[in-house]
Design a protein around this ligand. Structure first.
Ligand code: UDP
Ligand code: MG
Length: 320
């Protein structure tokens, strides 16, 4: 094979049968306009609906389509990683399957790339049709993340972005498994810029990011780019023991020099609850890190491709 590819488009999909046909058509239109060789890499992240048969069919008559079928649901970030490992293009674009990221914006990104930028991320000017809860938590989260880390992770961006071949190569070298792709892109550096866009509503199907997955993603973002929560436990611990020490002096004073003999049951309970709560919180934070250290140390691949369609590839098995 080895034919020259200019653009690789990576589309992670988890149960997207309602929308994937439209996504395919809109992407085709945009890519045909750009008029350079391209590949559409559909990554099936363990969908249990009709998503896979649909994209498989496209791959049968459309030579630009490649389908990576992961052996189960590995999660959005890992699906993107699997796509990046297979991408051959000079520029690699990651886009959601649900049309919340408008494919037409790829043209703006390509323009910036041709101006010489290595990373063009799409910044959400407006998020239509998202719940108030999601908007507020997302906005607070990105600000928190920024204040905790030294890596310059841009506010209000998702994974919709274009990266140059050399950035993709660097990212594929990174070994970590609990991946927060948008953070890693910032971490590798290079010349970065933004294009603004209005994030469309999800019109078909539901969000594949239930609260649990959101929390996992946000904790990955913080733990892979900051030790500050761990410092919180040492600072916080020091502060709480200071308070404890002062109170101890007061208790001794009370015992020796006053008649207030009735032992304060409520203060004991309050102090206990406070200390236990604090200790549990700190253990939890430490646990989040240790769990991730454990994950990394096991050396398992972060995903398994069970089948590839549309390209005569040698590697059907695990890549990373
Ligand atoms: N996705 C995935 N694996 C998952 C969850 C989501 O590949 O486990 C894909 C999904 O199909 C979509 C993208 O990741 O293309 C973003 O997901 P979604 O639209 O549900 O997230 P939201 O826009 O609600 O944050
Ligand atoms: Mg979405």
């Amino acid at each position: 094979m080895g034919s020259y590819i200019m653009y690789s488009i990576i589309i992670p999909m988890y149960n997207e049968e309602e929308v994937i046909g439209m996504t395919y058509e809109r992407l085709k239109k945009v890519m045909n306009d750009l008029d350079e060789p391209y590949e559409l890499i559909f990554v099936n992240d363990g969908s249990r609906d009709g998503t896979l048969p649909m994209v498989k069919e496209y791959s049968e008559w459309d030579p630009s389509v490649i389908v990576l079928d992961l052996s189960r649901n590995f999660g959005h970030q890992v699906a993107i990683t699997a796509g990046m490992d297979q991408a051959r293009g000079e520029a690699v674009v990651v886009i959601d399957a649900d049309l919340q990221d408008p494919p037409e914006r790829i043209k703006d990104m390509v323009e910036k790339w041709k101006e010489g930028y290595d990373v063009v991320y799409a910044k959400r000017a407006e998020r239509k049709g998202e719940t108030f809860f999601k908007k507020v938590t997302a906005s607070m989260y990105y600000r928190l993340l920024r204040s905790l880390t030294d890596v310059d992770i841009p506010l209000d961006t998702g994974d919709f972005r274009l990266i140059d071949r050399k950035v993709c190569d660097q990212m594929n070298q990174l070994q970590e498994k609990n991946r927060f792709v948008r953070g890693l892109v910032s971490w590798v550096g290079f010349k970065q810029t933004a294009v603004e866009y209005d994030r469309d509503e999800r019109e078909y199907g539901e969000s594949k990011y239930p609260l649990g997955k959101m929390i996992k993603l946000s904790l990955d973002g913080i733990t892979s780019f900051s030790y500050k929560p761990l410092k919180l436990s040492s600072y916080g611990g020091a502060m709480v023991s200071m308070i404890g020490f002062l109170y101890m002096i007061y208790v001794i004073y009370q015992r020796l020099f006053t008649d207030a003999a009735v032992p304060g049951w409520s203060s004991v309970i309050v102090i206990q609850l406070f200390f236990f709560g604090f200790v549990l919180l700190m253990l939890g934070i430490i646990g989040e890190y240790i769990g991730r250290i454990y994950d990394e140390s096991k050396g398992r691949p972060s995903y398994i491709v069970q089948e590839t369609y549309g390209r005569s590839v040698k590697d059907h098995a695990a890549v990373r």
